[in-house]
Design a protein around this ligand. Structure first.
Ligand SMILES: CC(C)(COP(=O)(O)OP(=O)(O)OC[C@H]1O[C@@H](n2cnc3c(N)ncnc32)[C@H](O)[C@@H]1OP(=O)(O)O)[C@@H](O)C(=O)NCCC(=O)NCCS
Length: 266
């Protein structure tokens, strides 16, 4: 299971990822038969990356619900109608492979990373929200929260190439914007201060890195390529390419490159 890492043509990339995943599952037939059986039952619902994504979310979120087919159809319909969801998912998958030293390839990210699954569930929920199918969006939100311990409001706007490491305890509020290539570790809150109404959540600019337990509160901006240290509470704007840390967070370093993409192996 080799590492994967380019993203020139996202349609071709999805086909490559899907055939690699199928080959890797096949190779598990005798070495890890229980895993082979588990993954094959998801593959039975899917013929390509797009339907594979729908099958993944259905199995993870609605596996034990009576009347399962209706949930699969809801997710599959949205993913089929909005191809940018699959484009973003393929870009996220490459980001996980590039930035997480514990990741050994596409199969592991696709089936065994709840950060990846939660991101894709949010993408579907966001479309439902924009289409005014708001309770359906909240249904996906609560199921993702219960299953993955990741609570993202369906209205939040997330870019692509996003890496959610571990993901447990992540909370993202309604008016948050997270741009492309951002990396976020577990237990991060992108929330309000409780004192603002309307646009009250943070904007996280391209390539920023939010370390474990960081709390970023209010309608503030974390600049492009900035780093927020573990356990920090950020209450003011963070300039681009700067590290902040502490409670309340203060500038502790100035960076010369975009570490969201080139972060140390953590
Ligand atoms: C923010 C971070 C990535 C380091 O960024 P950096 O720009 O390379 O900063 P440096 O390591 O050079 O540290 C700069 C200063 O800030 C301090 N600092 C760094 N992170 C800090 C934190 N989270 N809290 C308080 N102080 C911190 C350092 O001690 C150093 O202080 P000094 O100049 O007095 O020696 C790192 O400290 C961090 O928080 N890593 C956590 C990663 C994580 O979440 N891991 C969990 C993975 S599961």
């Amino acid at each position: 299971m080799e590492k994967v890492s380019f993203r020139s043509d996202l349609g071709v990339r999805q086909e490559e990822i899907w055939s690699q995943i199928n080959a890797d599952i096949d190779s598990l037939r005798f070495s890890e038969p229980a895993v082979h059986t588990y993954l094959s039952s998801t593959l039975n619902l899917a013929s390509d990356f797009q339907s594979g994504l729908a099958a993944l979310l259905f199995r993870m979120l609605f596996q034990n619900e009576p009347g399962g087919q209706i949930y699969f159809d809801m997710i599959d319909r949205i993913i089929a109608q909005y191809p940018h969801i699959c484009d973003a998912a393929a870009t996220d998958l490459d980001a996980f492979c590039e930035r997480d030293p514990a990741t050994k390839g596409a199969l592991q990210v696709f089936f065994f990373s709840k950060g990846f699954a939660a991101l894709q569930a949010h993408r579907v929920a966001h479309i439902l929200w924009m289409r005014d199918e708001r309770l359906s969006a909240h249904l996906l939100q609560i199921k993702t929260s219960l299953t993955c311990a990741v609570d993202i409001h369906p209205a939040a706007r997330l870019g692509r190439g996003i890496f959610l490491d571990h993901a447990t305890g992540l909370v993202i509020g309604e008016t948050t914007v997270v741009e492309d290539d951002v990396s976020i570790f577990h237990d991060v809150t992108l929330g309000g201060t409780g004192k603002q109404r309307g646009d009250r959540h943070p904007n996280i600019r391209k390539g920023a890195l939010l370390c474990a337990g960081a709390k970023i509160l209010g309608s503030i901006e974390v600049g492009e390529g900035a780093k927020v240290g573990a356990g920090s509470v950020v209450l003011c704007d963070v300039p681009p390419h700067v590290t902040v840390a502490g409670v309340p967070a203060k500038r502790v370093n100035f960076l010369r490159c975009n570490v969201g993409l080139k972060m140390d192996r953590l």
